[in-house]
Ligand binder design. Structure first.
Ligand code: NDP
Length: 448
């Protein structure tokens, strides 16, 4: 069998059967094109149509989410849950509340999640969900009523052994609390393992809040370590200023680096003396204000709505906002300014063109499947604590997160070399490592 031609045919079929889902096509294309050496070494997986099957979600749920706003008006949003793969465990992946959410976005995220979760080595399948609801500017009461309505439908698809959501863009601790409360009320079960990202006092795990950002920095540090370098004394740019970005900034500073810029969807701040994390948290998490409020409160900072956060010269870039935020132009600027490493805290923030520019320039590049796997890995640790009714300390949990990230990094390098790439080809290593683990389980479980 000509495996390259076979992968092209699978990709063409995915595009044909899922029209208009550009991000899903992009995510699938990026994975399928790297799997050729794996399928050449394992023709049995091509025979069993593993690639064809893994591109088709096991189940997709789309539902109406009606709720009443503060003025008494009825609003209607659309909810999604795509249960992509249960080959390795219950469906696992976050919920995103953002006006841009549609089926294609949820499918791209769910597809990525399959391989990311497999790469962690833990017993978790892949899924993703969300709604086209915009929490920005909504009152506490409106957010709560929306979450309650959303869970009123979603609850019938969940369970600690079935499907376990967590947060993502627009879904943080507050929303997880409302969702959990409604699940508990409807089912009359305190089923702690049905959602992750819970509060520490009621079944949550230490380090879950910090895990994605911390993990991305650990991963970047491991990549830099292969060249005898680290964060100490380095200038770093982080995009976004949400959950992932904030804790990436915290860990960069702990390792001796300085984050000189971060962004939100309207602009970015440059602060040469280093982003003041306490101020940033107050602006974004407590006041839920725009990033411009940070610059207003800090004389050393300037705020801009023109250009891009990636125009700011740096040694290391950590895209932690959203998909396709870093394109060819931004990548070119980063390379021109001498960037050493880029690690994706967000999911698919770099376009294929940007990734190619980094590859050609010899920039260390950590794809999201590997670099941001710390979030879901710690969610699995939360599930483990819930199942055993154990409670680990912050230090113990962080040690486990660090060990997972070291392991993910090492596996990516080893697999890339085994399948004909350089050890620095983390894209090849991450995709093949994740795929092989899922493929082995799927083959063993028969045609289901
Ligand atoms: P948050 O909602 O906490 O923060 C998102 C941040 O990104 C906000 O600062 C937001 O700005 C900014 N942003 C959104 N869209 C854009 C845009 N078009 N341009 C610039 N900035 C933008 O989400 P998270 O931090 O949880 O998630 C960020 C990314 O990390 C996502 O890709 C998510 O899928 C990924 N991820 C998250 C995990 C987690 O554990 N939370 C786990 C693994 C991956 P604004 O406030 O203006 O909208």
């Amino acid at each position: 069998m000509n495996v390259s031609a076979h992968m092209e045919a699978v990709y063409a079929e995915v595009c044909r059967r899922n029209p208009g889902e550009a991000e899903f096509h992009q995510a699938v294309g990026e994975v399928l094109h790297t799997l050729v050496p794996a399928l050449q070494a394992h023709p049995e997986y091509a025979e069993a149509c593993i690639a064809e099957r893994v591109c088709e979600p096991e189940r997709q749920v789309i539902f109406r989410v009606p709720w009443v706003d503060d003025e008494g008006r009825v609003r209607v949003n659309r909810g999604f849950r795509v249960e992509f793969s249960s080959a390795l465990g219950p469906y696992k992946g976050g919920l995103r509340f953002h006006p841009s959410v549609n089926l294609g976005i949820v499918k791209f995220l769910g597809f990525e999640q399959i391989f990311k979760n497999a790469l962690t080595g833990q017993a978790i399948g892949g899924g993703k969900g969300g709604a086209d609801f915009d929490p920005k500017g909504r009152s506490q009461g409106e957010v709560m009523r929306f979450c309650q309505s959303f869970m009123t439908e979603l609850h019938r698809h969940l369970g600690e052994h079935t499907d376990v959501p967590a947060g993502d863009i627009g879904v943080g601790g507050r929303e997880i609390g409302y969702l959990f409360g409604q699940y508990k009320r409807i089912t009359n079960r305190f089923e702690a393992g049905v959602l992750t990202g819970k509060g520490i006092g009621w079944g949550g795990s230490h380090v879950r809040t910090e895990a994605t950002g911390y993990g991305a920095v650990y991963f970047a540090d491991q990549m830099l370590g292969t060249r005898g370098q680290g964060f100490d004394g380095r200038k770093v740019v982080v995009s976004g200023s949400g959950n992932v970005a904030v804790y990436a900034i915290e860990k960069v500073h702990a390792l001796g680096g300085t984050v000189v810029a971060c962004s939100d969807s309207t602009g970015y701040v440059v602060d040469d003396s280093g982003i003041d994390l306490e101020l940033l948290k107050t602006v974004k998490e407590v006041r839920r204000a725009r990033l411009s409020a940070y610059a207003e409160a800090r004389p050393s900072a300037r705020y801009s709505e023109r250009g891009s956060v990636y125009d700011v010269p740096c040694d290391i870039a950590l895209p932690c906002a959203t998909q396709n935020e870093l394109g060819g132009q931004e990548a070119g600027t980063l390379v021109k300014n001498g960037v050493l490493a880029v690690a994706e805290g967000a999911n698919m923030p770099c376009t294929p063109e940007a990734v190619e520019i980094f590859r050609e320039a010899g920039v260390l590049f950590g794809p999201g499947k590997a670099a941001n796997a710390g979030g879901v890995a710690t969610s699995a640790l939360e599930m483990q604590q819930n199942a055993s009714r154990a409670r680990w300390t912050f230090e113990e949990t962080e040690d486990r997160l660090a060990a997972v990230m070291r392991d993910v990094h090492a596996r990516c390098r080893a697999t890339a070399e085994t399948y004909g790439g350089t050890p620095d080809d983390y894209v090849l290593g991450a995709n093949i490592t994740g795929f092989l683990r899922v493929a082995e389980a799927m083959e063993a479980q028969g045609v289901v």
